[in-house]
Design a protein around this ligand. Structure first.
Ligand code: PLP
Length: 470
């Protein structure tokens, strides 16, 4: 019975998708006016029945519209500044829909052009980020967390190679201790250490330069020289998540070369600094990394889930993630992407990225980055002069980090109260951050759709809420 319904829905697929397309456009176009973050919850009984016969596609779409849609976050919209949340360009959204429609399994080449297009997209991205294609290759992942897992795995395989050990076959115990040196690692890097069996406690914190989250190269030199760990990985940050500070990659790379350490760079959003001359000094030396983690779903402005991973040692990547089975032999020049990441079956993640690069080119990415940074500077300047606010760290990229002041300094309680109150207005959404022992508020501007008028509205909302706080 329900199979017949599927056939009927399929016969009118164009109508179904046209309606969904209209609803989608309506949602996207409402982002400027609807509450930025929906702080309400779905009414559970309305959505929790598994009926025997189902509602049909129309019924299910209607149920979504009624019961779910009102509670969807405006996170793709122009005043959602939480975390580091990229939007989706129109072309990227179209590419993502087409990826679902085509529903290719990227794991294996041979019966589809998906792998070939993915290979091309990686080449386009290397070009965009000015990373030498003769040195780097890579893969799409589900996000920067996965790219950190993959990067540390490759780094460890490199360490093992140095000692003549096969860590993939014989395990971490055979290799012995691996220490990861980092200044201000992202939480997901520490998580990755636990996942792959390096162990979360085997992170060695290295001091940062005064008043920043960027590693102090002198402290790193001392730490590496003093360490008797047989296997060393340095996880550099190219864009820390709170103060958006950048490690000096050339200095770090020199030390890695000297002390026999693998250099992995977490550049989830910072890699995009290489797309504009205005920012490229921050990420000088990136090409010296052994592996680089980045995100498409942040500053490339493609939908979730789009992570990027680049490495000079794709052979080690394939050693770690490769599998052998008779049914996995294929004669095709394109890479077998199941050998380059966690998943065997993989979504065609390259298509949205390829689509936005084709649609808007190099300048499209550059202008998103430059415009976001310009708007962040504008908000930062306003914070500097507005009574009752202070910047906790200079705005050097797309994130403004600030606190509420009272009396003569930052006031953690009022900062937290302001954040809740401003988010509750539905005008704007931001997330907390801690820096220099103080609680702060982060506004990360990472979406093409944000304009000057959104910054004006944000300043007005901040002013109004600050006045109410007293
Ligand atoms: C966002 C982020 C991550 C994690 O990325 P996901 O895409 O959320 O998995 C890792 N590192 C940095 C620096 C980030 O900003």
């Amino acid at each position: 019975m329900t199979l017949a319904r599927m056939h009927a829905d399929f016969a009118s697929l164009e109508d179904l998708l046209t309606r969904v397309g209209q609803q989608t456009a309506g949602f996207r176009q409402s982002l400027d006016t609807r509450p930025v973050a929906a702080l309400s919850r779905i009414d559970q009984p309305a959505v929790s029945q598994l009926s025997d016969q189902g509602l049909g596609a129309d019924g299910a779409v209607a149920l979504f519209q009624d019961a779910v849609s009102p509670h969807i976050s405006g996170s793709p919209g122009p005043r959602y500044f939480g975390f580091v949340t990229g939007g989706s360009t129109p072309a990227a959204l179209a590419g993502d829909w087409l990826a679902s429609a085509a529903d290719q399994n990227l794991g294996m080449p041979g019966d589809s052009a998906a792998s070939q297009l993915t290979e091309q997209t990686i080449a386009l991205l290397l070009d965009l980020f000015d990373l030498p294609p003769a040195l780097f290759d890579g893969a799409f992942t589900s996000g920067a967390t996965a790219s950190n897992v993959v990067g540390l795995s490759v780094g460890r395989a490199w360490c093992a190679e140095q000692c003549g050990i096969d860590v993939v076959a014989d395990g971490a115990l055979a290799l012995g201790e691996t220490i990861v040196f980092a200044g201000t690692p992202h939480a997901t890097l520490i998580k990755a250490m636990g996942i792959i069996g390096i162990g979360r406690n085997n992170w060695q914190g290295v001091s940062c330069l005064e008043g920043t989250e960027a590693i102090d190269p002198v402290a790193l030199a001392d730490a590496l020289a003093a360490s008797d760990a047989p296997n060393k990985i340095v996880a550099a940050s190219a864009g820390t998540v709170t103060a958006t500070d950048f490690d000096d990659l050339n200095a770090v790379a020199d030390l890695c070369a000297k002390h026999g350490a693998w250099l992995h760079v977490d550049a989830a959003f910072g890699l995009f600094a290489r797309t504009t001359p205005a920012l490229s000094a921050l990420v000088r030396g990136m090409e010296r990394a052994g592996s680089i983690c980045a995100d498409g779903h942040k500053w490339l402005n493609v939908p979730y889930e789009s992570g990027l991973f680049f490495t000079k040692r794709v052979d080690l990547l394939e050693q770690v993630f490769g599998v052998g089975a008779a049914y996995l032999t294929v004669d095709d020049p394109a890479p077998m992407y199941l050998r380059r990441g966690l998943e065997s079956s993989q979504r065609w993640r390259a298509l949205p990225a390829w689509m936005t690069l084709q649609a808007y080119g190099r300048a499209g990415v550059r202008e998103i980055v430059e415009n976001n940074c310009r708007l962040a500077a504008k908000l930062g300047d306003w914070i500097e002069t507005a009574p009752g606010f202070v910047q906790l760290s200079p705005t050097n990229l797309h994130t403004v980090l600030f606190a509420v002041t009272s009396g003569n300094g930052p006031d953690d309680d009022r900062t937290a109260a302001l954040l809740s109150a401003v988010n509750a207005t539905g005008e704007v959404f931001m997330t907390p951050g801690a820096f220099g022992g103080r609680g702060g508020i982060r506004a990360a501007i990472s979406n093409w759709i944000t304009t000057d008028s959104d910054i004006d509205k944000t300043c007005a909302a901040l002013s109004a809420v600050r006045a109410q706080l007293g």
